[in-house]
Each structure stands twice: as C-alpha cells, then as structure tokens.
Design a binder for this molecule. Structure first.
Ligand SMILES: C[S@@+](CC[C@H](N)C(=O)[O-])C[C@H]1O[C@@H](n2cnc3c(N)ncnc32)[C@H](O)[C@@H]1O
Length: 184
C-alpha cells in the first residue's frame, strides 16, 4: 500500500479530532501556528483561501466570513466533522487529494497547507497542484516539519519503524493522547 493511503484512516482521524479539539494553550499550535496563519491572512488580504489537507477544518475559523474558504481533505471522517462544526455560507469542505485537487486551474488567489506536507511522499507533485490552482501572482502558505529535525522527530514516537525516509508508528501527543499509525 502506498504510504499516503494509510494516512488518516478512521481511527487516526478520530484521534486527530480528539486532540485538535481539546484546548492546549501551551501547545505550539495555539502559541505559534494559529496566530501565524491569522497574521499572514491579514497581510495577504485574499478573496479566496483553499486549505489543502484541512483536517477537521479548524483553520477555517481564522478566515473572515467575507473571504471564500474551501477546505480539501482526503479523509471522509474529517470532512464530515468540518461540515458539522464549521458550517457557514462562505465555507465549503470537499473530499480531495493534495496530488489531484478537485478544483479548476487558476481558481484561487491563495492556498494554505498546514501540517500536511510532512505526510506527503511526492512534494513536487503536490507543489505542481498548488501551482495549477493558483492564479498568476497568487500566494501560498505551507507550514510543515523541518526535514532537518528528522532525528528529533523520532523522540516524539512511543514506537516506530523506519522505512526509507519514513517514520511510521505511534506518535505521542502527551497527556495520554497518541496518533497511531502516523507516517512522517
Ligand atoms: C496533521 S493533520 C492537519 C490538519 C489541518 N491542516 C490542521 O492543521 O488542523 C494532516 C491532514 O492532512 C491530510 N492529508 C494527508 N495526506 C493528504 C493528501 N494526500 N491529500 C489530502 N489530504 C491529505 C490528512 O487527512 C489530515 O487531515
């Protein structure tokens, strides 16, 4: 099975929902990531934001109701959750693959992808897809793990196996929470 297909099966999707929806004010997402996204959006002033690998949709809440938001994710469980939690006339959540985004060429002025690229196997292919959907002069924001921290990442796992450049195993989120079968 291709590595990206084992990502975010239903069990893992539920673990992600449980973790991301629990308040963690000391965590890096609350402390750094969310404010970075908000500041970036304010600077760019987009008309439309496509969020690739949107997960359960939390990043849609950082986008004003005057901006069109389209969240794309390959997990049905996460897209269903996003539709339930963050329903709004300016937001749409659709099933889709970062390697084959179900959107027209030149159809957005802005794209974001947060904590997704460290899961992807073929970054050139996903970059081409972002390029394809972006209008000329469009903007993108990718927040992902630094490849240089590969060795450090191992310490985040309770147990893992290595396969080529992948780490696959039980990722320890702390406070008793884990993500099973996580591939970075
Ligand atoms: C760590 S979560 C981040 C979710 C969201 N971006 C956030 O920051 O809350 C990674 C997400 O990437 C999605 N994902 C992984 N590979 C994907 C692919 N090839 N196409 C679309 N989504 C993908 C997963 O389903 C999951 O929702």
């Amino acid at each position: 099975m291709d590595k990206h297909q084992i990502l975010y099966n239903q069990k893992l999707a539920k673990e992600w929902i449980d973790w991301v929806e629990s308040k963690n004010p000391k965590g890096s997402r609350e402390k750094e990531i969310y404010s970075l996204i908000k500041t970036w959006i304010k600077t760019i002033k987009p008309k439309k934001v496509v969020d690739i690998g949107c997960g359960q949709g939390i990043c849609s809440t950082f986008i004003s109701k005057y901006i069109t938001y389209v969240g794309v994710d390959q997990s049905e469980t996460l897209i269903e959750r996003a539709r339930k939690l963050y329903k709004s006339p300016n937001r749409k959540f659709i099933l889709g693959d970062a390697y084959n985004i179900p959107l027209e060429n030149n159809s957005t002025d802005t794209a974001i992808s947060i904590w997704v690229w460290s899961h992807l196997k073929d970054l050139k292919k996903s970059a081409k897809e972002i390029h394809r959907i972006l209008k000329p002069g469009g903007h993108f924001l990718i927040i992902t793990a630094n490849p240089d921290t590969y060795e450090v990442r191992k310490t985040f796992y309770k147990s893992f196996k290595e396969y080529k450049n992948y780490l696959i195993g039980i990722f320890d989120l702390g406070e008793g929470k884990v993500l099973t079968n996580t591939t970075l």
